[in-house]
Design a protein around this ligand. Structure first.
Ligand code: ZN
Length: 241
């Protein structure tokens, strides 16, 4: 679906503000997200997946827990973005936060994007980043993050890269939102690499730069955008495809 569809329809016009010096596509909250990706937004909400009694995946190779790795990552991404944009952490401790609470928290913000950080688990040979999105306005942010993570040199084996999937953190927030799997804790090379500070910083830098690029360029030339999909809010009982 071409971007012009949204601009011409008038349907989204009230959600788009145009600044004088530069074009700013800064969206207010919107249930569907059938609109261009954001540009010039002020805030990123960094969500460390899992936490507390929900450990997420556990690496059988290094013993790392996904909840801990995710928390490390969001703090490094925040460090990368320091003095560049406003960062909000969904959690900054080992605490359980319900998914619907995360959605409600994100929905308190306007002019923001939500980036949820996770680590994957699968067969021992599966590796590489995977990024989930659902909303049209989240497509290019997801694409930018995946593209940057791919430059870290992880040849992808078996995962699907960019995935449009209706999850509670990709469908239910009313702001652009993506869920990033930064690599596989079940893969010896990626799990071991994440133990080294330099690799962690490279991962965080890749994610942070994608967020900054999205803020500077919006969708840029990364279109065409995917077609709008009308689907109800995601529920805990939804089967995983
Ligand atoms: Zn996870």
């Amino acid at each position: 679906m071409a971007i012009t569809f949204f601009m011409q329809s008038g349907f989204c016009a009230s959600f788009i503000s145009v600044a004088h010096a530069e074009t700013k596509i800064s969206c207010r909250r919107d249930v569907w997200g059938h609109r261009p990706g954001p540009k010039g937004f002020s805030t990123v909400i960094l969500d460390a997946g899992h936490g507390g009694r929900d450990s997420g995946a556990r690496s059988s190779i290094t013993g790392q827990l996904e909840k801990d790795a995710a928390l490390v990552m969001v703090n490094l991404v925040r460090e990368e973005l320091k003095n560049k944009m406003n960062c909000v952490l969904m959690r900054n401790a080992d605490e359980f936060v319900d998914l619907d609470e995360r959605v409600a928290y994100a929905n308190r913000y306007e002019d923001a994007v939500l980036v949820s950080i996770h680590f994957n688990s699968g067969g021992p040979s599966v590796c590489g980043p995977e990024v989930f999105y659902w909303r049209v306005d989240s497509y290019t942010l997801a694409k930018r993050i995946l593209s940057n993570l791919n430059t870290l040199g992880s040849p992808q084996h078996g995962n699907r890269g960019l995935v449009r999937r209706r999850l509670r953190l990709t469908r239910n927030p009313e702001i652009p939102c993506v869920l990033v799997e930064c690599g596989y804790l079940s893969n010896a090379r990626e799990a071991s690499a994440f133990l080294t500070p330099s690799y962690r910083v490279r991962l965080a830098h890749a994610v942070a730069q994608a967020i900054l690029s999205q803020r500077a360029e919006g969708d840029g030339s990364l279109g065409p955008l995917p077609a709008p999909l009308y689907a109800p809010l995601s529920r805990p009982t939804d089967p995983r495809e």
